[in-house]
Design a protein around this ligand. Structure first.
Ligand code: UGA
Ligand code: MN
Length: 291
């Protein structure tokens, strides 16, 4: 009897203690959620990345994706110049594990003609702008080609763009750099190896735009005009003045983005199935992009 009574007592104490800690825990959680740290309410960043099928594609997306993984509240809009999505790209994006949308936007046939400069990534970027118009209400967007190099600090800087922000890009043309020229704290022209009569001789990797600012300009888009994509797009955002442009990277004195270019690899040779059909090479071969 005495054993049963003391067992009952210990059980009551045990249950009471457990309940007490559970209530304490719930209180802790609810309190934690009600006061969000400032970091969690950062404006969203939309990164529009054109991509296309080639032997380097998965390597480029992997490198860029893991850079973006360091950035909070970001949605990666990966848009392929293709008529259908690719399982290999989907698999790569899932493996990286950041929020993304994978869309397609083929280059119109008329621009694919040989021996002529092509408007690379233009249909992709315009598809990204359409997506923003349908889905986004605030934040900032940026065109990040899949083959460039990005210091993650530029993402935190561009996140607060009110209209249009700009900064230098390394490895562009013979000058090795493309940048607004800053004199007495103001834009006094642009430094770029090829001006070509452009109002904004800047590189695609050197500017970001506020989403609301874009939404107020329903006609803004990128022209299919090789060499004039950035200029045409920025001009389509009128009206805005050079004095409205926010200068990032310590007033354009640091290089935080580079127009790197990857060596083109020839398509891999066909695997000899007779020789290797019972080996790992058969599975590996599935991950190769040959065209
Ligand atoms: C430079 C600029 O950095 C680009 O922003 C600009 O679009 C391009 O010049 C141009 O004026 O044509 P560049 O390094 O020469 O870029 O070009 P790529 O890196 O080959 O292409 C730019 C982007 O478009 C990449 O993200 C690439 O994946 C994509 N792309 C390229 C396509 O979607 N389709 C293509 O056929 C080729
Ligand atoms: Mn490039």
């Amino acid at each position: 009897m005495a054993i049963a009574r003391s067992f009952k007592m210990y059980l009551t104490i045990f249950i009471a203690t457990t309940c007490f800690y559970m209530v304490l825990y719930q209180y802790h959680i609810s309190k934690g959620n009600s006061v969000l740290p400032a970091e969690e309410i950062k404006p969203p960043l939309y990164i529009i990345t054109p991509t296309y099928r080639r032997p380097e594609q998965l390597a480029e997306l992997t490198r860029l994706g893991y850079t973006l993984k360091h950035v909070a509240n970001l949605l990666w809009l990966v848009i392929e110049d293709a008529n259908k999505t690719s399982d290999l790209v989907s698999k790569t994006l899932n493996r990286i594990g950041i929020p993304y949308e994978y869309l397609i936007a083929p280059m119109p046939e008329e621009y694919k003609k040989k021996n002529k400069a092509k408007p690379r990534g233009v249909s992709n970027r315009n598809r990204g702008l359409d997506w923003l118009r349908e889905n986004a209400t605030e934040g900032v967007f940026y065109f990040a080609d899949d083959d460039n190099t990005y210091d993650i600090s530029i993402f935190e800087q561009m996140r607060y763009t009110k209209k249009v922000s700009m900064w230098p890009v390394g490895l562009v043309t013979k000058l090795g750099i493309s940048s607004p020229i800053i004199r007495n704290g103001k834009i006094d022209g642009f430094y770029d190896g090829w001006i070509g009569g452009r109002k904004y001789p800047v590189d695609m990797a050197g500017f970001a735009v506020n989403v609301k600012f874009l939404l107020e300009r329903p006609k803004a888009k990128m022209p299919f005009k090789p060499g004039y994509e950035e200029d045409g797009f920025l001009k389509s955002l009128a009206p805005f003045n050079n004095t409205d442009i926010e200068l990032l990277a310590s007033e354009c004195t640091e290089i935080l983005t580079w127009h790197t270019q990857t060596k083109k690899n020839p398509p891999a040779q066909i695997l000899n199935m007779t020789k290797f059909h019972h080996t790992n090479l058969v599975k590996l071969d599935v991950s190769l992009i040959r065209t």
